[in-house]
Design a binder for this molecule. Structure first.
Ligand code: SAH
Ligand code: SF4
Ligand code: F3S
Length: 489
């Protein structure tokens, strides 16, 4: 793909007879060139292609990071494969809840035998979990078949880390405690040709009391608007029509820049990019949701009719303890403003059940917000204790059986409203961006509406990446069955 080879000239001009440059990204271009030579020699020796496989856990931010890792791997000559039995196997980890960690250890256990049979396989682990000392210690002592460990702050050094591991028999551990600036302009291979995530900020400053993200992703850093706009322009030239702007709190974008800019101002600029048809963003913190942003959304032709507004809890007392810096009333008034300005907007959320000290009364406040807002969909999570966060040392941890009961009640309510909301749109004709051929039934294709709902309808792979007017014939709970009704663009 052309985009993958965008930096070819720079990579070619690296001089491997010299010592590596100290500036970035030039240093990584040097290591990409060096790694290419090593991979080419190995391919010749084995008389076959070398393969790679990346397993990604966690959020959209991690998914985007994996596209960057794959960009480097393909650039140096690896072929991406679906199966895990590859020459290089990478796990990009998440640690937001305990079960994410358990899943990684499960995978690693399974790989022990594989590695015995294929001793030359390189196993690498990166991502948020590697920013935790205990996890690194567990892996280096109990999973000695792992070759490379690196963290979130030095992901851009992947080519260099790989070169080091080619030269070494032992494990390479390269984890930084904090970020050192943002490195741009490295190869990326995105999963979809027609849509892409675009980082607008990294890290988080909010320190919600339950959350590990600020500890593993570091302080909030905004990318320069010029760099963001240039990236989106290039993506559009390469066939992308939908972008998802990514940040842990997009609403506080730009406050840390030398020339501060608001998120709403950034959106106005993104809107002007030719060829771009849809703009999404994730995630919005209610405390920083401005009237200016709502105005920009209301007049925009490209921003999708979907707002993900994490609630976490409906109890103002719990929200205070969570350090969320809004209360129930403020949250509900934001929802009201959004619905008034953009009547057909879909609102989705994240909710945590069983936060330390949560009483039945607190929980009923959450249920009350769900009843009032009638979310189009909601991710519901059982509180997971993260060592090092303030909430973890709260002595009032809620009994497991009580949490499970609340979780089931909440889920039933959430599902009831999301069905009701979805049913409202039946028989409407709406524009769908086709994403893929349906996995269960290949006579159908699947795509997303502006409001992020999924629609399956008859079609073939020629429709992938196209915008199709679809009539929503039947609502199946949280997705629709439709039929083409009008234009295909
Ligand atoms: N920055 C985003 C959230 C990123 S994490 C925001 O503030 O909205 C995604 C979701 O995981 C959170 O919204 C929260 O609902 C959930 N989460 C985070 N930490 C958790 C924990 N310790 N236990 C359970 N759920 C958690
Ligand atoms: Fe975690 Fe809160 Fe930051 Fe979201 S805003 S990543 S929940 S600390
Ligand atoms: Fe998980 Fe890291 Fe995202 S902890 S949710 S992958 S920022």
């Amino acid at each position: 793909m052309e985009y993958l080879n965008m930096y070819e000239k720079e990579i070619q001009s690296s001089d491997l007879t010299m010592s590596p440059p100290t500036s970035e990204p030039e240093r990584q271009y040097y290591y990409i060139k060096k790694a290419r030579e090593i991979v080419a020699a190995k391919k010749k020796e084995l008389n076959r292609d070398l393969t790679c496989h990346i397993t990604t856990f966690g959020c959209q931010m991690n998914a985007r990071d994996s596209e960057k890792l794959l960009g480097v791997l393909e650039n140096i000559g690896y072929v991406n494969v679906e199966e895990e039995d590859a020459d290089i196997i990478i796990f990009n980890t998440c640690t937001v809840r305990e079960n994410a960690n358990q899943r990684l250890y499960g995978h690693l256990g399974q790989l022990k035998n594989y590695k015995k049979k294929h001793p030359n396989t390189i196993i690498g682990i990166c991502g948020c979990m590697m920013q935790e000392e205990d996890a690194v210690k567990t892996i280096t002592t109990k999973h000695k078949h792992v070759n490379i460990l690196f963290g979130t702050h030095n992901l851009y050094k992947f080519a260099e880390i790989l070169c080091n591991s080619f030269d070494s028999d032992g494990v390479i551990v390269d984890v930084w405690k904090a970020a050192e600036g943002i490195v741009e302009d490295l190869p990326v291979d995105r999963k979809y040709s027609f849509k892409s995530g675009v980082n607008i900020s990294f890290g988080c400053n909010n320190f919600c009391s339950y959350c590990i993200v600020p500890y593993v992703r570091g302080r909030e850093r905004s990318r320069e608007p010029k760099a963001i706009l240039r990236e989106i322009e290039r993506l559009c030239e390469d066939g992308v029509t939908e972008v998802m702007l990514l940040g842990q709190n997009v609403n506080s974008y730009g406050k840390d820049l030398d020339n501060p800019m608001t998120f709403a101002e950034l959106l106005d600029e993104v809107e002007k990019i030719e060829g771009l048809r849809r703009i999404r963003f994730m995630t919005s913190h209610p405390k920083d949701l401005s009237d200016e942003l709502i105005e920009v959304m209301a007049r925009s032709k490209k921003i999708c009719k979907h707002f993900h507004l994490p609630l976490q809890s409906g109890s103002s007392r719990i929200l205070k303890d969570m350090n969320r810096r809004y209360d129930k009333e403020r949250y509900l008034s934001l929802v009201e403003k959004l619905r008034k300005a953009i009547p057909d907007i879909a609102i989705t959320t994240d909710i945590i059940v069983g936060y330390p000290g949560e009483t039945e009364e607190d929980f009923l406040e959450t249920m009350d917000v769900v009843e009032r807002v009638k979310y189009d969909s909601a991710f519901t999570f059982i509180y997971s204790k993260r060592t090092g966060t303030p909430a973890a040392s709260n002595p009032e941890q809620v009994d497991e059986a009580v949490v499970k009961d609340r979780f089931d009640r909440l889920l039933a309510k959430v599902q009831k409203y999301s069905k009701e909301q979805a049913a409202k749109h039946v028989s409407e004709v709406t524009e769908v961006l086709v994403e893929n051929v349906n996995e269960q039934d290949d006579s159908l294709v699947s795509g997303r509406m502006s409001n992020n709902s999924i629609v399956h309808f008859p079609g073939d792979k020629s429709l992938i990446g196209k915008y199709v007017d679809v009539k929503l014939v039947e609502c199946k709970g949280f997705y629709y069955i439709g039929e083409v009704d009008g234009n295909i663009r």
